[in-house]
Write a protein that binds this ligand. Structure first.
Ligand code: GCU
Length: 344
């Protein structure tokens, strides 16, 4: 991102923070929001998806229900399309309190606490239901989800939004084997595991922000990317990369993060309502996700996307070394084992 764009996002965010505190709102900047007293206000939520994506729809609904449940003390305004910045910037804004919440992909959290990478590894989740079972289990994720409170001043909310199965797509040819990926450049999310993954799958990785992918594909800076059908469709990447190959290498996860001071400024009752409404949002999202994935597939087919199956065994074999290579401490190994055990 250019310095000017970063500056204007920060300026816009701090202008809004002033508005929030002027009306006695919540957030770490709020005048009367501290110390568990009766805080409140509109929390801004940074999102990189369009208004058609299930996350925007269910988060908007979350805000409305939160308003009702707290007698309008708290509500949420969702800023879609990276308006408040790409995920890397949004994370910083939540950390310093100029924005209260954001949805960020697991890859972003991996950059702050390596233990998060366990959930970013290919094959770790067998299905969406397995992923939801693990990430809503306090015993498994409790420590992980609060691990960034001290260093980054944000809390990760239980569960998350599934990214479903991610597959590769490109503008050149159908991918059936790892060899077909050779000499092609694929955009990846900004993390070491994501880059490693594409290398092992046979391609070359190009890390960049989500919002930059369309033009990078269009201009030929990259040949392809990897994502789920809903993101592929809502970002219109099918217009510039029509070969979608079902590698299904990873079931990814998006996390809701909230500034820890903001969370602490909620009264006990409001915090409970917030947690309850969030849990409902996760369930709504998962149901909507499954339905929209089928619809997206039909739409994409009608728009001329060439779908194909791949040699799964060959990709599994190519990706196998990534697990051992990345489990580099006891916490990560235990997290990995607990995740595997939950699938049984
Ligand atoms: C998915 C995910 C986003 C992520 C994006 C990406 O769309 O839901 O959170 O940013 O993939 O590939 O960057």
């Amino acid at each position: 991102m250019s310095r000017n764009k970063t500056f204007s996002i920060l300026a816009a965010a701090s202008a809004m923070a002033l508005t929030l505190s002027a009306c006695g709102g919540g957030g770490s900047g709020g005048n009367d929001a501290g110390g568990g007293s009766e805080g409140g206000g509109t929390m801004r939520l940074a999102l990189n998806q369009t208004e058609q994506h299930p996350s925007y729809i269910t988060l908007t609904d979350f805000g409305e229900r939160l308003g009702k449940a707290t007698d309008d003390r708290w509500d949420i305004k969702v800023y879609p399309n990276e308006t408040l910045g790409a995920q890397q910037e949004a994370l910083q804004l939540v950390s310093d309190g100029s924005v209260e919440m954001a949805i960020v992909s697991g890859t972003q959290l991996e950059n702050l606490n390596k233990d998060f990478k366990v959930f970013n590894l290919p094959g770790v989740f067998k299905s969406i239901d397995h992923q939801m079972k693990v990430t809503t289990d306090e015993e498994i994720v409790g420590d992980l989800y609060t691990s960034l409170e001290e260093s980054e001043n944000f809390t990760v909310l239980s569960g998350g939004f599934t990214q479903g199965a991610r597959s590769v797509y490109n503008s050149k040819r159908p991918i059936k084997t790892p060899e077909d990926m050779n000499s092609l450049k694929f955009r990846v999310q900004e993390s070491d595991v994501a880059q490693d993954m594409i290398r092992l799958m046979g391609g070359s990785p190009a890390p960049m922000a989500y919002g930059e992918v369309y033009s990078a594909l269009q201009s030929g800076v990259i040949d392809g990317a990897e994502n789920n059908e809903i993101s592929y469709l809502t970002q219109k990447h099918n217009e510039v990369a029509k070969y979608f190959s079902y590698t299904e290498h990873l079931v990814g996860l998006d996390y809701l993060i909230i500034n820890t001071d903001t969370l602490k400024s909620m009264s006990e009752e409001d915090r409970k309502a917030f947690q309850q409404e969030w849990e409902k949002t996760v369930k709504d999202f998962t149901a909507m996700w499954k339905k929209q994935t089928k619809e997206a597939h039909q739409k994409l087919k009608a728009e001329g996307v060439k779908f194909n199956q791949v040699d799964k065994e060959a990709f599994d074999k190519a990706l196998a070394p990534i697990i051992d290579k990345n489990l580099d401490n006891k916490t990560q190994r235990e997290l990995y084992e607990a995740t595997k055990a939950a699938a049984e």
